[in-house]
Design a protein around this ligand. Structure first.
Ligand SMILES: Cc1cc2nc3c(=O)[nH]c(=O)nc-3n(C[C@H](O)[C@H](O)[C@H](O)COP(=O)(O)OP(=O)(O)OC[C@H]3O[C@@H](n4cnc5c(N)ncnc54)[C@H](O)[C@@H]3O)c2cc1C
Length: 281
């Protein structure tokens, strides 16, 4: 029986495990190895490590965890979760593990537009967030394959950064990476741009919120309170998978995910203290 099982080895889960480890609580972190920014070569907007590769970020975070004896990391997927008495059971391919607290840090999955070549450029010349990938196109030209208010917002945000924005009116037929930019085959010909922004729909990476019957927001993300608590006591959610209803959308970034992971880890510690006090009484 662990004090906590953290499902997810991205920024949110790694930080939650670190916080629990520093408080000498036993924690098992499970990681299926599918990260939202898995295709990204350089992550930005992260003070002290601006431009770090996400793979290096994870390597460093795991090295930090190795210093704490109560933290165990396993590169295996969780297959299912269920409530069991005062705790939770997590099903793995080779058995089950149990914990008092459960942290869901499983992230979301982007549904990329089905355009040949687009997935190859995702996280490189094609992005969705100008805070993460915007400055990289400074002085260049970017295509915007987004609609409505999102198009206006992106155009305004990118205005001070890029030389030109090209709203895509028809359908992008094909994307080819060339000379550090993109050849976009459109309905009426081919254009070359330095980058492109798209707005993929996203959904929960894992079925655990559904399995536990957790309340979700309209975004499809797990509804959390200020301490990352979900609608089920003992279950915390952090990172892209979680969404505080006061915010218009999940605040997706490495730093906000880490911050949420820290709060989730601290909330687990508080819940464990309350349990210990009850048991001692
Ligand atoms: C193209 C792109 C570029 C981005 N660039 C930036 C950037 O420059 N700067 C920035 O701050 N942010 C950037 N982001 C956002 C950032 O990547 C996310 O906000 C962040 O990774 C979310 O962290 P997370 O821990 O919630 O989820 P993730 O990093 O997606 O991690 C989810 C974890 O859950 C695990 N998991 C899922 N299901 C299971 C299961 N069943 N069992 C076990 N483990 C499971 C996965 O294997 C993974 O370890 C970018 C995102 C995208 C898509």
């Amino acid at each position: 029986m662990y004090d906590a099982i953290v499902i997810g080895g991205g920024p949110a889960g790694l930080q939650a495990a670190l916080t629990l480890g520093r408080m000498h609580r036993s924690v098992l972190l499970l990681d299926s190895g599918r990260y939202r920014n898995g295709t990204v070569e350089h992550a930005h907007n992260y003070a002290t490590h601006d431009g770090i590769s996400p793979a290096e970020f994870r390597r460093l975070a795991r090295a930090d965890l190795a210093a704490y004896d109560t933290v165990e990391v396993r590169d295996v997927p969780a297959d299912g979760v269920e409530q069991d008495g005062d705790g939770f059971v997590v099903h793995l391919a080779d058995g089950v593990e149990r914990a008092t607290q459960l942290v869901l840090a499983t992230g979301v999955r982007d549904a990329l537009p089905d355009v040949p070549g687009l997935a190859d450029a995702w996280g490189k010349e094609i992005a969705h967030c100008p805070f993460c990938h915007g400055h990289e196109f400074a002085g260049g030209t970017v295509a915007l394959d987004v609609e409505g208010p999102h198009l206006e917002r992106l155009t305004a945000m990118l205005g001070p950064i890029v030389e030109g924005v090209v709203p895509v009116t028809g359908r992008v037929q094909r994307v080819e990476r060339r000379d550090g930019g993109l050849d976009l085959t459109l309905d009426d010909g081919t254009i070359h741009v330095d980058g492109m922004f798209v707005a993929p729909a996203f959904s929960q990476s894992a079925p655990f919120a559904e399995q536990l019957g957790l309340a979700l927001n309209d975004s499809g993300c797990v509804r959390v309170d200020a301490f990352q608590g979900t609608s089920m006591p003992g279950v915390l959610a952090a990172g892209d998978a979680a969404h505080h209803p006061d915010l218009p959308m999940p605040m997706s970034s490495i730093l906000t995910s880490q911050a949420a992971g820290l709060v989730a880890g601290a909330a687990c510690v508080q819940a464990l203290l309350a349990r210990d006090a009850l048991e001692a009484a």
